[in-house]
Design a protein around this ligand. Structure first.
Ligand code: PBG
Length: 324
């Protein structure tokens, strides 16, 4: 079909036609909202590089959960700022750790909310790396056991899903193993299967105080130049028992999301990360872009690329727009 027999504009002439033929949709059900939990009482502290995102204390969680659920955002992912850090990241699996207490609080006050947890050590280690250091190197196999204990402690506190983000090899199998041994075979693993060593995490590292004190994360997170390697990472996690595969960041990696969508039949999640949020907010605050429209278009693009689930700091704003 070619012009003038075919006119692409026929089905664009009004919103009803456009809505009838729209290929991609977003609903609040697809969105996961990240929460930063910190010690103290009555704390609600805006992250300077992430306007509209707050670090909150445990007593503020019920209110936050109610707000999310009222908007139809029924899943959150938790990040914790512990009281103390040490070289082994012990706070990550402490029975009364910040995340473990936060999970309990949410389960008590908002039982309908699905609580996912980020399983990683960087927020809990004094050196800020995502694993245990031996001779200045993040030691893969020593870290596995600590990650598994962390995931188990989250499940024991009542988490609904665990999301390992450390990028150690073999962590999914290790976590699946310990969960199954302890009768948590119904807890899914959303694996950060394809996580790049990205500069887009900058604002998050301010929010979670987890920037590496020396060096960078390139020896464990992926090289942004690679996509075939992403398929190998994802294959590994599928074989180890992942339930959901995540790509992170999102917008600079839409091709990776799309490749994973084509090659795997598991649900795909995309993490629209802190830097992506901060850039949109900053440009909008300057009046350079329409922040709401750019938010919508960005999330739509991530869905169109093939993501089922989007983890985004815009979850509440987007839900408000959709519910509008
Ligand atoms: C922990 C973790 C990070 C993010 C999620 N989990 C930081 C990092 O790897 O440096 C980044 C999320 C964001 O930027 O929004 N490892």
């Amino acid at each position: 079909m070619i012009f003038p027999e075919y006119r692409a504009r026929r089905l664009r002439q009004n919103e009803t036609f456009r809505a009838l033929v729209r290929e991609t949709s977003i609903s609040p059900a697809h969105l996961v909202y990240p929460l930063f939990v910190m010690p103290g009482k009555g704390v609600r502290e805006e992250v300077p590089s992430m306007p509209g995102v707050f670090r909150i204390s445990i007593d503020q969680l019920a209110k936050e959960a109610k707000e999310c659920m009222g908007l139809g955002v029924n899943s959150v992912i938790l990040f914790g700022l512990p009281d103390k850090k040490d070289s082994k990241g012990s706070g990550a699996h402490a029975k009364d750790g910040i995340i473990q207490r936060a999970i309990k609080e949410l389960k008590n006050t908002a039982p309908g909310l699905t609580v996912c947890t980020d399983v990683c050590l960087c927020e809990y280690t004094s050196h800020g790396h995502c694993g245990i250091m031996i001779n200045d190197v993040v030691d893969n196999d020593t870290t596995l056991e600590v990650l598994a204990r962390t995931a188990l402690s989250h499940a024991q506190a009542g988490a609904d899903m665990v999301a390992p983000s450390d990028m150690m090899d073999g962590r999914v199998a290790e976590i699946r193993g310990i969960l199954d041994e302890n009768n948590f075979h119904m807890i899914p693993i959303m694996s950060y299967a394809v996580k790049y060593a990205s500069a887009f995490y900058g604002p998050f590292r301010d929010a979670a105080e987890c920037a590496p004190q020396h060096g960078d994360r390139k020896s464990y997170q992926m090289d942004p130049a690679n996509v075939r390697e992403a398929l190998r990472e994802a294959t590994m996690d599928v074989e180890e028992g992942a339930d959901i595969l995540m790509v992170k960041p999102a917008m600079a990696y839409l091709d990776v999301i799309s490749r994973l969508r084509d090659e795997f039949d598991l649900p795909i999640a995309a993490y629209h990360v802190s830097g992506e949020y901060a850039m949109i907010k900053a440009a909008a605050a300057n009046g350079w872009i329409d922040g709401e429209k750019v938010m919508h278009e960005s999330l739509l693009g991530i869905r169109r690329a093939g993501a089922d689930i989007i983890i985004t700091y815009f979850a509440k704003d987007m839900a408000r727009l959709l519910n509008g």
